[in-house]
Design a protein around this ligand. Structure first.
Ligand code: ME8
Length: 522
């Protein structure tokens, strides 16, 4: 049995259509999931929609429809986005699904059995936008005396009967967790922020609402629905079979298991303070890591509906191509930092890296073989030092550098290593000049082309997690056996068998046609 690997995105609020920030998170998570599958891991990758809560209820009311209708419509858009972006999730969870209600009620009862839930009265500063109460000390005053949360959203003084979770009792256990599992919160800047917050002391958390009913019912407490974050966080357990499927839990949510949550920096507190406290209370295993990625900015500016600069990921994919968009997002932004996108930057990256560095290399080599050798793969007549040097670099890139980077959730570092290997192949082709060898040394020409053929296949395999459709199309075109398409298996031993099988390489079409900017953008 291969070792399980559980990875999740946040679940998105379907109170509007998906934006580029949602696309970014799911693409990054997808690349890691694809990488781990290629390494032979037993991956469970979940994403989905967070459908309950006041914000959904209010948006639905504003449109004169039921929350469920709103959720159905918008969840459809999120599913479409995932399909379009070639996301390889194993489950798209919707928190309105029955198994999720059952899981949320089960964790509630487990926390209650542990003595951590009590009924009280809540008064405090509540932000509808964030669905969160804030401490007095965190509130600031904005224009016109409007009270604001640390996220800059308006807060209102709110009073209601509420269940509470005894978060105040978890300070020491949380600090001990951050100490014993130093990678639990990544990157380090976010870890420090959370450490300071928890060291400052924790208040008990209001975990039920009576002012609306669009949520998971609190077991045995009529009129109360769970605070949306209790049920939202529980989605991760639902997908892993909680509470009834013990085998599935043992596989994907086990003590010491490889469980990673990929989320944005604005919700790190929920995932690294509340979530582990709930899990400890319910006597359930903890995730291994929570990674808070940065925000994507439109030309350096925060996206907002009122400014009208919220990019639709589907439009970007239609315009530039799915793999071009995936590649851009994962290479341009150091995972963990904020990043900026613009049409120019996407076009520039796609043309220089995918088009010139990789696409042209494949195009030149494959069309040479198709045209001049009738598509028959050339024989190898002994490798020389230049060939071996290229193979050694590729081997290090594929077996060492890229896996290390992906394992550390640093896709941009993996891509940099890949691009360096592409450059090395381009230098090799220029230095060896197979077109000149044609007249002077046909055997050497064959060896050079064969070396390049293997190198291109290796580069295509290496970049599969990032641009799965284009890399697969290229590997299919080249006849690379499917069982060789992994970091471990790609090597070069398949080549001779393929060459001897009578395989005929068809003339290639450009993989990454040059992108142009509209005139207004130049
Ligand atoms: O927070 N750039 O949902 P959400 C990058 N339902 N990432 C961004 C972003 C941006 N501009 N804007 C948002 C929620 N995100 C909750 C999560 S999990 C149990 C519940 C990220 O739809 C954001 O940080 O507001 C979050 O990880 C995800 O998109 C969904 O955000």
């Amino acid at each position: 049995m291969s070792k399980p690997f559980t990875i999740t995105t946040a679940i998105s609020y379907p109170n509007g259509r998906p934006h580029i920030g949602h696309a970014y998170e799911v693409i990054a998570t997808d690349a890691v999931a694809r990488f781990q599958r290629m390494m032979g891991r037993d991956v469970f990758f979940q994403t989905g929609t967070d459908e309950h809560g006041l914000k959904m209820a209010q948006t639905a009311r504003g449109r004169g429809i039921e929350p469920r209708e709103l959720a159905d419509e918008m969840a459809g858009y999120f599913k479409q986005m995932n399909e379009r972006l070639n996301i390889s999730h194993d489950r798209f969870i919707r928190t309105s699904e029955p198994d999720h209600h059952a899981a949320s009620q089960a964790i509630w009862q487990a926390m209650e059995a542990n003595g951590d839930l009590y009924l009280g009265r809540y008064e405090g500063w509540y932000s509808v936008r964030d669905e969160a109460f804030y401490d007095e000390k965190e509130i600031t005053e904005g224009e016109g005396g409007v009270k604001l949360s640390p996220q800059g959203t308006p807060v209102e003084w709110t009073i209601e009967e509420s269940w509470f979770f005894r978060l105040s009792a978890y300070q020491d256990r949380l600090l001990a967790l951050y100490e014993s599992q130093p990678d639990f919160i990544q990157p380090d800047s976010r870890r420090n922020e959370i450490l300071r917050f928890v060291e400052g002391g924790l208040s008990d958390l209001s975990v039920s609402r009576t002012s609306f009913d669009w949520g998971v019912k609190v077991p045995g407490s009529d009129g109360h629905v769970m605070y949306v974050w209790v049920d939202a966080l529980t989605n991760y357990l639902t997908g892993c079979g909680y509470p009834d499927d013990a085998d599935r839990m043992a596989r994907y949510w086990a003590e010491g298991g490889d469980i990673t949550h990929i989320i944005g920096k604005d919700i790190v507190r929920f995932h690294t303070v509340y979530w582990p406290a709930f899990l400890i209370s319910a006597k359930l295993p903890l995730p291994k890591q929570v990674f808070g990625h940065g925000f994507l900015l439109n030309r350096g500016e925060k996206m907002s509906k009122s400014v009208g600069n919220v990019a639709d990921p589907m439009e970007l994919a239609d315009r530039f191509g799915v793999d071009q968009l995936r590649y851009f997002l994962l290479s341009e932004v150091t995972f963990g930092n904020d990043g900026s996108y613009s049409a120019e930057a996407i076009v520039q990256r796609a043309n220089s890296d995918l088009g010139n560095a990789f696409g042209n290399l494949a195009q030149r080599t494959l069309s040479f073989i198709a045209k001049n050798l009738d598509g028959l793969l050339p024989a190898i007549h002994g490798h020389d030092a230049a060939d071996n040097e290229l193979f050694a670099l590729l081997d290090k890139t594929i077996r060492t550098d890229m896996p290390a980077a992906f394992a550390e959730l640093a896709p941009s570092v993996a891509i940099e290593a890949w691009l360096r290997a592409c450059f090395a192949c381009n230098q090799y082709i220029d230095a060896q000049a197979p077109w000149a060898l044609r007249k002077t040394d046909a055997e050497r020409m064959e060896t050079v082309l064969a070396t390049l053929y293997i190198a291109i296949a290796q580069l295509a395999v290496a970049i599969l997690p990032v641009i799965p459709a284009s890399a697969t199309a290229l590997l299919d075109h080249m006849g690379v056996p499917t069982d060789k398409r992994s970091y471990e298996a790609i090597g070069g031993h398949w080549y001779s068998a393929l060459a001897e099988s009578g395989f005929v390489l068809a003339a290639p079409k450009p993989l990454f046609p040059r992108l142009e900017l509209a005139e207004a953008e130049v």
